[in-house]
Ligand binder design. Sequence first.
Ligand code: GLY
Length: 354
Amino acid sequence: MFENLTYNQSTIHFGILGKSQFEEILTEDFADAKKVIITDENVYHLWIQDLTTNYPELANAEIIQIPAGEEYKSIDVCTQIWSALSEYQIGRNDLIINFGGGVITDIGGFVASCFKRGLKFINIPTTLLSMVDASVGGKTGVDLGPYKNQIGVFSDAEHVFIDDRYLETLPNDELKSGYAEMLKHGLIADKSYWNDLREFDPVNTENYLEFIYRSVLIKKRIVEKDSKESGLRKVLNFGHTIGHGLEGFCLKNDMPVLHGYAVASGMLAEAYISCEKALISKQEYDDIRSTLSQSFSPVHIADNDFKEVIKLMHNDKKNKGGVIQFSLINGIGKCLYDQEANDKLVLNALESII
Ligand code: GLY
């Protein structure tokens, strides 16, 4: 049994949905609310019947299904969802349930937060990545072309229900994508978690919930101190400055990569920068490199495209005065934010990935 975690106004529940407070919350807190489920085509085919038949309160829910993939995390798709909400005459007291991976919880949370100036929403993440990261912490939003998460608001789900049964149908590369974010949690905040994760097999374990819980606990402790990312929360972006540059480049060139794979390459490159700045030892860098290389092939970008990746990074939300800012580790389990690196060092870091 894992205790609920709470931060701000949000409660995170762990374990089988049917044994959780989900039904009670629907019947007591949202008895008179119309319910709208936002999901993607994959989750719809695999799990929507399970959800809507097990909970009578959801039997008449409106279901909005969008295509799967990061390329649909756009303002155009939001407009389509808002039009559907208008058609269903959804009002301020109604409830949105985001049922899917990171794209769904990001876009669904954003749609809910802006519609009629804000509707309550619940997240039911179905991917490892959304369980350990995207569904928790209140970041919602969409991409602007190749620029990741440029449009968005901080807005917390009322409840997040993390049920690892949904991982049964998740492809291995999606499981590994979530594993990258878990490794990040170990690297930035908890050396013993990092050591345990090095032995963890993300595609074949009976023990997901214990590891998911440890990741969410790390994230919650950071987010409750700095929910709007004015300081400490930036450490959660370790690996993401370069990772988002790589992901945005791939998206722009119609060869999308999974977020976790881009973050794994980003962590490798940013660990290189940490080592070059003498924040970590060569031994620590080698350990990180060998662990990441075991699970993740590097994102392939030709040398002559690195400048384009760096250009994308110049639009990162953390930048100050036109200078790219990094979160860099200063030991395994420790992280500094607002660290600068010049373009030459970033170029070397990108070269080091291959
Ligand atoms: N995914 C990073 C954060 O939630 O701050």
